[in-house]
Write a new protein. Structure first.
Length: 160
């Protein structure tokens, strides 16, 4: 039986990209309050360059995943009923490439800005996604696609 959107936890109504942004801002506030700095310029340069690489990969994965959803006209909203099970593109490697892309973007921005605190609070977002959001999405996908989703879940990892 398909749960209807009215019984979805209020926490689930916060779009995951907004959760990433809000937690990043918490990290920025902590960085300003209790600064942690990278002491060597060599390390700063390497981290800065790595940040641009992470942002690039994050953008590539995000647009690839979003493009696939748009192509098959299915929803990206966690508590809405999907019309198609997407298993191609980045979904061949991860059941959640959009969350992987947001994580890469988050880490990339933190690296570019040389901010430590946002990285330290990122696990809170990942725990929220892994234990609250993704299980709801997976139940919904199983309810809609049954054995097809079960087979997909057996061959493709949740994250990477």
């Amino acid at each position: 039986m398909q749960p209807d959107a009215t019984v979805v936890s209020p926490l689930m109504r916060i779009p995951p990209p907004l959760v990433f942004i809000l937690m990043y801002l918490v990290g920025v506030a902590a960085q300003r309050t209790l600064p942690i700095s990278i002491r060597t310029s060599d390390a700063s340069r390497v981290i800065h360059v790595a940040g641009f690489v992470l942002v690039g990969f994050g953008i590539l994965i995000a647009f690839s995943a979003l493009g696939l959803f748009r192509k098959v006209s299915t929803t990206i909203i966690p508590f809405e009923k999907p019309s198609t099970l997407v298993t191609s593109g980045p979904y061949r490697f991860s059941r959640n490439p959009m969350y992987v892309s947001m994580t890469l973007l988050y880490l990339g921005v933190a690296a570019i800005r040389l901010e430590i605190w946002p990285v330290l609070v990122l696990p809170l977002v990942l725990v929220y996604l892994n234990f609250l959001v993704i299980p709801v999405e997976e139940r919904r996908l199983h309810d809609v696609f049954g054995g097809e989703y079960q087979a997909y879940g057996a061959r493709v990892r949740r994250w990477l």
